[in-house]
Design a protein around this ligand. Structure first.
Ligand SMILES: *Cc1c(COP(=O)(O)O)cnc(C)c1O
Length: 328
């Protein structure tokens, strides 16, 4: 499988730099950040990497229309709309809930990007995809479906390639990273990073912070494992993986998806006031909070080099508005 065969949508490599002030504050650790909030494609985020492989496949197979589904503030839907605009594909987004009176955040951006937006009410998880697909097919369109939330194996290739990119940067900067913290939600990023570390022989411990409250005890772990098993047939993956090898930190997901607590607000404030960098409230705010707790409680080796992999999501800040104000 050729990792170089992808449709160019972003700016790579993304910056990798130290967090100088926070490294002083958490003085047992050296902190770094990988800036996938700066991937480009309609304000950046981790979906840029995934879409490069998906759009390539969609164009290779001569599709002309893309359907996907997500929440109204879905970063995946916003970035898919942007990728379709660039690749001249018709884009249909199925978003749960009713049409709001005011458009903001990702919803506003998806609209500006020219996506056809369908509000699907109670059907919040893409249940209406087949219906919309067949009505478009009746009009003669060739429709490709990216599943709800964007998760599939082709997308995971983006983060295998990202590990290759990281490896080059670490050599250039003469740096060794011991741990990578990041937000895990659909399993694509996590599966890609796990496969990438294996393929490119890198000894780094992943600390994936779970975002969505789990429906069953090991659901996301099973999804990640499935992606890796799919990868085994196509890529030079060396190790054998079992469910117990898939790590997932579930300590910070109790509030549920998209529900903002003091934890996420404190994390957003911590990175903004010390380093001038924004986190998003849904994913990276929660994951960064998890990392702050790990550092504070010294749950990882002292004096180690710790990387936060920023996966983007900035537009959602504009949706939460004054909910993000911290009353001290
Ligand atoms: C989608 C998303 C994630 C989660 O990535 P998965 O590959 O779905 O696990 C994390 N952060 C942001 C900002 C996202 O939009």
């Amino acid at each position: 499988m050729d990792l170089n065969k992808k449709y160019n949508l972003g700016f790579f490599p993304t910056p990798l730099h130290p967090l100088k002030n926070l490294s002083k504050k958490y003085s047992d650790y050296n902190l770094f950040i990988k800036r996938d909030d700066q991937t480009g494609l309609a304000s950046g985020g981790n979906k840029t990497r995934k879409l490069e492989y998906l759009i390539q496949k969609i164009l290779d197979d001569n599709y002309d229309t893309v359907i996907t589904a997500g929440a109204q503030q879905s970063n995946h839907c916003r970035q898919t709309a942007a990728a379709c605009a660039i690749a001249k594909l018709e884009c249909h987004l199925l978003l749960g809930g009713k049409e709001p009176e005011e458009y903001n955040g990702n919803l506003l951006l998806s609209h500006i990007l020219g996506a056809n937006i369908h509000f699907t009410g109670e059907n919040r998880k893409g249940e209406d995809i087949e219906r919309v697909k067949s009505s478009l097919e009746k009009k003669g369109e060739k429709v490709f479906v990216i599943p709800y939330g964007g998760s599939n194996f082709t997308g995971a290739l983006g983060y295998i390639n990202a590990v290759k990119e990281l490896k080059v940067q670490l050599i250039e900067q003469n740096l060794k990273i011991d741990y990578i913290f990041f937000a895990s939600s659909s399993g694509e990023t996590q599966a890609g990073l796990m496969m990438g570390l294996d393929i490119f022989d890198m000894d780094i411990e992943l600390v994936p912070i779970n975002i969505d409250k789990a429906e069953t005890a090991s659901f996301l772990e099973a999804v990640v494992l499935n992606f890796i098993h799919e990868g085994k047939d196509l890529l030079p993956i060396k190790k054998e993986y079992h469910l117990k090898d898939i790590k997932l930190i579930r300590d910070y997901d109790k509030a549920g998806y998209g529900v903002i607590t003091r934890a996420e607000k404190m994390a957003i404030k911590e990175l903004a006031t010390n380093e001038g960098i924004f986190l998003d409230p849904v994913y990276t705010g929660r994951a960064f909070w998890g990392m702050m707790r790990f550092l504070k409680l010294k749950k990882i080796k002292p004096n180690s080099n710790v990387l936060f992999w920023h996966t983007g999501g900035l537009p959602a800040i504009c949706n939460y508005g004054s909910e993000l104000i911290i009353n001290t």
